[in-house]
Design a protein around this ligand. Structure first.
Ligand code: SF4
Length: 430
């Protein structure tokens, strides 16, 4: 979304935008540095562009974290723009362009110490994604201080957008043909506690379900202890909110959760979701190899995953991030042990996921068509998702279209019958 706002602002000001780096005068990279892997990915892109001699503007989390230090590593960088400085992007690009045209190098640092800005519905946004879904950021930043996490230091405390402003943006997406709105933030369940002095997620969900016109609404990043019965009731009762909860639980061992500064009541949370959304899908993530994690802590997590039968599980190895509290913790777990634990947990989840998928064979599901794919022998496959699948991270539904059948088009909803599956995806007929 930040990227879409950055591109939207520049596009609205008349700057031509291209995704083809060879045609660009300035390459703007919105970076991530949440964990080692994401920093590595961002650096790979910056290295490649630097090696091609591109003039760079570095935005996002790496800019926020490393500020002017990035100029040493990337001499072609003309500016660094922090996470709370999206509003400054136009002036930065103007100055960099003027300087480059006059043969002057720019070294601009636009990084607020405490990022306070969150883009509202009035900030121009250009949808860079294809397909029938759009993300809406309902808040920015986080008030928690999980000991492994760098995000609050890069994004600041939570800043919620107003319900009215989010609704305006939602309506705009729907007018532009979007079918599914995916609500994101760092901690969606705490939405509203800053501006309304109370948890306002249930109210927001209800308003969006009733007034936005979206066919599907999906909630991401719930925080375990803060998920309330009221929120789950709204999800169950509103037909256009999908029966899906994304709730990063991170671990199951009370000792490790305590060391992470996370709630240790993960079992109660899962029980509450199962009670309220009996047919609902649960996605979660876990971190393995957190400092001090013993074999027995890992076994506890393994057993918890086995018992809980989640629909989707993401597993990350602990990433030691400078600036976080856990960075200095003793008993860091060796990398090979982390990787082995990750593999074991993923293999377990693959089996669970396969069994879950098998339980859908013979059942009917609503499918949101995302795109069409040509396979071997020119066979046409319709690709989409059900309520159980968030865009980009979960599985997909595949549908073979017979010659005598009309091909469902991207953006449409169809009812399909599941005929087979693998660990991740379902295969269907009309
Ligand atoms: S709740 Fe999420 S974003 Fe906030 S500190 Fe914890 S892990 Fe980071």
């Amino acid at each position: 979304m930040d990227t879409e706002n950055i591109v939207g602002i520049l596009h609205a000001a008349g700057y031509p935008i291209t995704a083809d780096q060879s045609k660009a005068d300035i390459s703007l990279v919105n970076t991530c540095t949440f964990i080692e892997g994401s920093t590595h990915e961002s650096k790979e892109v910056l290295d490649e562009l630097s090696n091609n001699g591109k003039n760079l503007i570095i935005a996002g989390c790496m800019a926020q974290r490393f500020k002017g230090e990035l100029f040493k590593q990337y001499p072609q960088a003309q500016a660094v723009v922090g996470t709370g400085n999206i509003k400054d992007i136009l002036n930065v690009v103007k100055t960099v362009t003027l300087n480059l045209n006059s043969g002057i190098e720019s070294k601009i640092v636009k990084v607020d110490d405490i990022p306070m800005a969150v883009a509202d519905s009035k900030v121009p946004r250009l949808n860079t994604q294809m397909g029938p879904s759009a993300y809406i950021k309902i808040a920015e930043g986080c008030d928690h201080r999980c000991t492994f996490c760098i995000i609050p230091y890069l994004r600041g405390d939570m800043k919620s957008r107003t319900i009215e402003d989010i609704l305006d943006e939602a309506k705009l997406h729907v007018q532009n043909g979007i079918q599914e709105l995916v609500l994101v933030s760092q901690d969606s369940t705490a939405y509203g506690t800053d501006i309304y002095k109370k948890k306002a997620l249930a109210e927001l969900l209800e308003m969006l379900a009733d007034k936005s016109g979206a066919k599907w609404l999906r909630l991401m990043y719930a925080y375990p202890q803060q998920l309330t019965e009221e929120m789950l009731d709204v999800i169950r009762e509103k037909k256009n909110i999908v029966n899906y909860i994304d709730i990063p639980l991170q671990h199951a061992s009370k000792k490790i959760l305590k060391a992470m500064h996370r709630p240790s009541t993960v079992r109660d949370t899962v029980e509450l979701i199962r009670k309220k959304l009996s047919d609902g899908a649960i996605r979660t993530t876990f971190i393995v190899g957190f400092p001090g994690e013993t074999d027995s802590d890992f076994d506890e997590l393994y057993d918890f995953v086995k018992e809980s039968s989640f629909d989707r599980v993401g597993v990350f190895t602990y990433s030691k991030e400078k600036g976080t509290q856990a960075y200095d913790y003793e008993n860091q777990v060796p990398e090979d042990v982390k990787l082995k634990r990750k593999e074991r947990l993923m293999l377990l989840q693959q089996k669970i996921s396969f069994n879950k998928n098998k339980s859908y064979i013979g059942k009917k599901l609503d499918m949101l068509v995302e795109h069409l794919e040509h396979h071997e022998n020119n066979a046409l496959k319709v690709v989409g998702r059900s309520f159980r699948d968030a865009p980009e991270i979960d599985g997909q539904l595949y549908l073979n279209v017979k010659d005598n059948q009309k091909t469902p088009q991207p953006g449409s909803f169809i009812n399909v019958k599941v005929i087979s599956c693998n660990e991740y995806d379902l295969y269907c007929t009309l």
